[in-house]
Design a protein around this ligand. Structure first.
Ligand code: C2E
Ligand code: MG
Ligand code: MG
Ligand code: MG
Length: 288
């Protein structure tokens, strides 16, 4: 009996695995043509100054506008793309698209682009970034590159060197999802970061968990010592925003301020917050 059960379990897992692999292969094959078919789009989520709630820039977040699946979030295809050179094509497209878009924004606004550490290993990323800056005319100080902490561990020396090259152009380097990887502290000391982005999970936990608040205070004071800027991501409530400003986070990002905006929605948002570079503070636009 036990044996029969074991065998049917095994069959069940095998068939599960097959269908997951099939799904991955389908997505991968589809994704190969997606850039050429112009199916990738960038949405832009504001990052706001903690002191006044006004936008300092936007994070570019990729979506796949699939003809039958609809708007596919990055969680469903970036990890698949990272298994092959597809991540290079997506990264190259993203950096170019984001720089072109940002070059048309008011000059005080920055654009943050997520690049995969796996992309770094497969291409001459310094040249890619330099070309994107040149062809868009975007000033290097207006570009930020976000690298997820978790992927740094795989080949740190090479990533450090390439990040250093990009940083030398005047581009800002941010460690994304801070606190979710390993060896956070030693990496902070080794890598040429300007900024850390505290992972959403700490922000969520800060609401009910005093220990999470203590951890956030500790991160903030460490960042201050290391002269790093701090952004908190995933801010959803006024209470969280208030606490994070109190502990001296520089920037906040989250649904409380604004969701990621489509390129079509961006002009109206900009008009409502930075109208004509107004010197008068404008009431920050809350959750759209
Ligand atoms: P991330 O870089 O940490 O981006 C923040 C994610 O949190 C975004 O999800 C954003 O929509 C979401 N978010 C922002 N504020 C809130 C909030 O208040 N509440 C909640 N629940 N979520 C919030 P998204 O766009 O689905 O992106 C997920 C991840 O996919 C990103 O995490 C990033 O690691 C990756 N990603 C996005 N775009 C790209 C890209 O162009 N290239 C690469 N390599 N990765 C990308
Ligand atoms: Mg990011
Ligand atoms: Mg992040
Ligand atoms: Mg995150």
């Amino acid at each position: 009996r036990a044996k029969a059960d074991g065998r049917s379990m095994l069959r069940f897992f095998e068939s599960q695995m097959d269908s997951e692999q099939r799904e991955r292969r389908l997505i991968e094959a589809d994704l190969r043509g997606a850039i050429a078919r112009q199916e990738l789009v960038l949405h832009y989520q504001p990052l706001v100054n903690a002191a006044d709630g006004l936008p300092t820039g936007f994070e570019a977040l990729v979506r796949w506008n699939h003809p039958t699946r609809g708007l596919v979030p990055p969680a469903e295809f970036i990890a698949i793309a990272e298994q092959s050179d597809l991540i290079v094509d997506i990264g190259d497209w993203t950096i170019n698209e984001a720089c072109m878009a940002a070059a048309a924004w008011p000059e005080h606004l920055t654009v943050a682009v997520n690049l995969s550490a796996r992309h770094f290993r497969r291409s001459d990323i310094g040249r890619v970034v330099q070309r994107a800056l040149q062809s868009s005319g975007l000033a290097p100080r207006r570009l930020e590159i976000e690298i997820t902490e978790g992927l740094l561990i795989e080949n740190p020396e090479e990533v450090i060197e390439k990040l250093g090259e990009i940083r030398a152009f005047g581009v800002t380097i941010a460690m994304d999802d801070f606190g979710t990887g390993y060896s956070s502290l030693s990496y902070l000391l080794k890598f040429p970061f300007d900024k850390i982005k505290i992972d959403r999970s700490f922000v969520v936990a800060s609401t009910n968990d005093p220990i999470a608040r203590d951890i956030l205070r500790a991160i903030a004071s460490m960042a201050k010592t290391l002269k790093l800027k701090i952004t908190a991501e995933g801010v959803e409530t006024a209470e969280q925003a208030e606490f994070l400003s109190e502990i001296a986070c520089h920037q906040l990002q989250g649904f409380y301020f604004a969701r990621p905006l489509t390129p079509e929605d961006l002009p109206a948002y900009l008009l409502s917050t930075v109208a004509g570079g107004a010197t008068e503070p404008v009431e920050p636009l809350r959750a759209l």
